[in-house]
Design a protein around this ligand. Structure first.
Ligand code: F6R
Length: 607
């Protein structure tokens, strides 16, 4: 979490930094700040709250300069105060840094430094900046390198020093940093989105690397001060994709992006003739694939619900026993993993610390580890030995929508690829592909119902509790629907497999505790229907997702959202969309900050 932006070039830095921070606000928005180099003097402005507060402050300032660093914070050490906001100065006021990550041994370091240095904040970052200062001897890069040898923890940092006014130094361990290159101008940021408007040429810093940019030149080193050669890569995303394009919120735009990005995810990866899929990044021979005895899907939050859907696909199509593990639990339970295990790490950001830790643990134990990731060049994408990008494009709303859909799409394709190798016929594969190709049109028909779903949200906006129910493949959909509602509208929402209600949770229900249930026409339709009848008998209000033409649904529910049918395995690709739209409208009606819900950040880079 926390977002870093820095610029060094010929243009005024401030507007670039503020615009860049806006792009990174999803990484945290407790406070923000900026520092600019102006005639050998560093000027700084900080503000509690969102970027707009900082921007407002800069209007009354005379901040100027062509070199600067900026930060948006998600608090870890120290409360949400201006004192704790970045950038942080060293005691001399000559050195300033922005930092993303956690310095685990900061107390120890602070004890050692406190005789010579004064600390004004409670942050680990202020310890870090003074540690760098304690090694400064006229060369900022060397000071950074030497200081970092004493640090335990994670960092992405950018530093500048007023004695070397034409220089930026950045370093990475565990927290991502990308450098954008536009001839003799350079951008540094936690991801590529702040630089998309200026350049597509980037380098991704690796752990333990330090970059120095000065007088239009960039050089990369390791912590032993040895020179490192980097490859310049080209980013495909464009700036327009990262804009709201007329929608009120990024979340709504991203919900509407789904039909298009779903097509992007499957394009070039299916083969109708053979009834199979081919994801080149799997990097496994047919024999290795046949030898897989177990699949483990590791992920967090929404990505873990997408993984639960993937489990159905792998077991049904490929007959391979599949487990889903929440990444933060995986490595602490001493998982049984060997060279017959295939682990998929599923992550939108590709930076989630828990998922990354699980990747490392699974690799250490000898499993095949592959990534299903959205952000190109992200740490998980690079640390796994293959995998696939989900091609959802930049997802900027904190609540994930289109990335979830594309994770489901990619896992379905992997399951098909394994399935065709192991047991299913070309005809079965072709049926699945045909159904996949129909999904975008069906998604569009659901999106056309946004106004009706909004009317339903208006009826329920005063409810303080919700129960989401689904069975089989619709249980993870219920979990995802309830997560969307709670995270952006702060309404308490639970999700249960519908068949579990009678074992306890049904006691919660009352006319004030509405139920949102998924009752589409799959093999569990009749069973689900009986469960809804049990709920209905408790005088509870019911909203149902049902398939077009299902007249029974009307008798069982106060409100029905009709959606087109599809194959059971693909139902989540459609059934989740009305739940996303419902949660969105609830949050808007309750006047919540839809794109930046309280206490959250999009990229969770702390364990
Ligand atoms: C919820 C949400 C989170 C993420 C989770 C994992 O809407 O977005 O639950 O799914 O933090 O993030 P990634 O996919 O980046 O690993």
């Amino acid at each position: 979490m926390c977002g870093i932006v820095a610029y060094i070039g010929n243009k005024p830095a401030l507007p670039i930094l503020i615009k860049g921070l806006r792009r990174l606000e999803y990484r945290g928005y407790d406070s923000a700040g900026v520092a600019l180099m102006c005639d050998r003097k560093i000027e700084r402005l900080r503000s509690v709250g969102k970027i707009e507060n900082l921007e407002e402050k800069t209007k009354d300032s005379c901040l100027s300069g062509n070199i600067g660093i900026a930060h948006t914070r998600w608090a870890t050490h120290g409360g949400v105060t201006e004192e704790n906001a970045h950038p942080h100065f060293s005691t001399s006021g000559k050195l300033v840094i922005v930092h993303n990550g956690i310095i685990e041994n900061y107390r120890e370091l602070r004890e050692k430094l406190k005789e010579k240095f004064e600390f004004k904040s409670e942050t680990d970052t202020e310890v870090l900046v003074n540690l760098i200062e304690s090694h400064y001897d006229g060369d900022l890069r060397l000071a950074v390198e030497k200081a970092l040898l004493h640090v335990r923890g994670t960092y992405g940092l950018v530093a500048m020093h007023s004695d070397e006014p034409d220089k930026l130094v950045a370093a990475r361990l565990g927290s991502p940093l990308v450098v954008g290159i536009d001839e003799d101008e350079f951008y540094i940021a936690s991801d590529a989105t702040p630089m998309l408007a200026y350049t597509k040429k980037v380098i991704f810093l690796e752990d333990g690397e330090v970059v120095e940019i000065s007088n239009g030149k960039m050089e990369t080193f390791n912590l032993k001060d040895e020179s490192v050669t980097k490859c310049v890569e080209e980013i495909e995303w464009d700036d327009e994709q990262a804009e709201k394009q007329g929608y009120d919120h990024f979340m709504l735009k991203e919900i509407y992006d789904q039909p298009t990005v779903f097509e992007d995810a499957i394009r070039g990866r299916i083969n109708m003739g053979d009834g199979t899929a081919h994801l080149g990044g799997l990097n496994m021979t047919d024999d290795e694939m046949r030898g897989i005895e177990r699949i483990i899907l590791i992920a967090c939050g929404t990505a873990s619900y997408a993984a639960m859907i993937g489990k159905y696909a792998f077991e049904r199509l490929a007959g391979i026993p599949t487990e889903v593990d929440v990444a933060s639990e995986f490595r602490y339970r001493d998982p049984i993993v060997n060279d017959k295990t295939l682990v998929f790490a599923i992550s939108q950001s590709g930076e989630t610390a828990d998922t990354l830790a699980a990747v490392r643990e699974a690799k250490r134990k000898g499993a095949f580890v592959r990534g299903v990731v959205n952000v190109v060049g992200s740490t998980i994408a690079r640390e796994t030995d293959g995998g696939s990008y989900i091609h959802a494009g930049p997802e900027l709303a904190v609540a994930s929508t289109k990335a979830y859909t594309n994770m489901v799409a990619i896992m379905t394709l992997y399951a098909l690829q394994f399935g065709r190798l192991k047991r299913i016929t070309p005809a079965t594969g072709q049926r699945l592909i045909k159904a996949l190709l129909e999904i975008p049109e069906k998604m569009n028909s659901i999106l056309k119902q946004t106004d009706e779903i909004k009317k339903i949200a208006e009826k329920y906006k005063d409810s303080r509790d919700f129960m989401y129910l689904g069975r089989g493949i619709n249980f993870p959909v219920a979990l995802e629907g309830s997560l969307k509602l709670k995270e952006i509208s702060y309404i308490h929402a639970e999700a249960y497999p519908a068949g579990e209600m009678k074992h306890g949770p049904i006691a919660l229900l009352s006319p004030e505790f509405p139920v949102f249930a998924l009752m589409t026409k799959n093999q569990l339709y009749e069973k689900t229907r009986s469960n809804i009848e049990e709920v209905r008998a408790r005088d509870t209000k019911v909203i149902l997702i049902a398939n077009e033409g299902d007249e029974n649904a009307k008798e069982l529910a106060d409100d029905v959202i009709y959606i087109p049918p599809t194959m059971e395995l693909l139902e989540p690709l459609l059934n989740t969309i009305p739940l996303q739209i419902f949660a969105y409208h609830m949050a808007v009606l309750l006047e919540k900050d839809v794109d930046r819900p309280r206490n959250l950040a999009k990229s969770v880079t702390v364990e």
